[in-house]
Design a protein around this ligand. Sequence first.
Ligand code: 4NP
Length: 157
Amino acid sequence: MRVLFVCLGNICRSPSAEGVFRAHLAKHGLADCVEVDSCGVGDWHVGKGPDPRALDAASRRGFDISALRARQLAPSDYQTFDYILAMDHDNLDAIRQACPKDCQAHIGLFLEFAGEHDRAVPDPYYGGEQGFEEVLDLIEAASEGLIEELRQRLPRQ
Ligand code: 4NP
């Protein structure tokens, strides 16, 4: 099973989701069953590490996302991943626009898995530190929901 988190720049929300979700998988003993990646719909930050504010907020909760590097959504992602999960509606529109007709992946908003129909993870880039905390709160809640969903689809552990 493969999961791709997508935001705009791949330096704040989606690398945070990648790191947090991977840690939650490990906590549930599922680290070897699910591959996780993240990317941005934009290319401005390709090759860069996460925003220092995202690094600090993640680190305060015990998540290390320092090794992640930004990349842009690629055509091959639509074949590679089973779940392509957007942080907000603009990301979702961009993912859908570039989506090939034969794509089998589940494409949707990540917060669906926190029981939040149609809710976005707000872009924290132009805000303060509190925005990064909120991002992590939302990501942690949705990560647990996504793990529940994946458990239904994985062979019994
Ligand atoms: P992200 O945040 O999409 O969560 O990585 C942003 C990063 C950079 C920009 C906007 C949002 N930017 O405008 O450069």
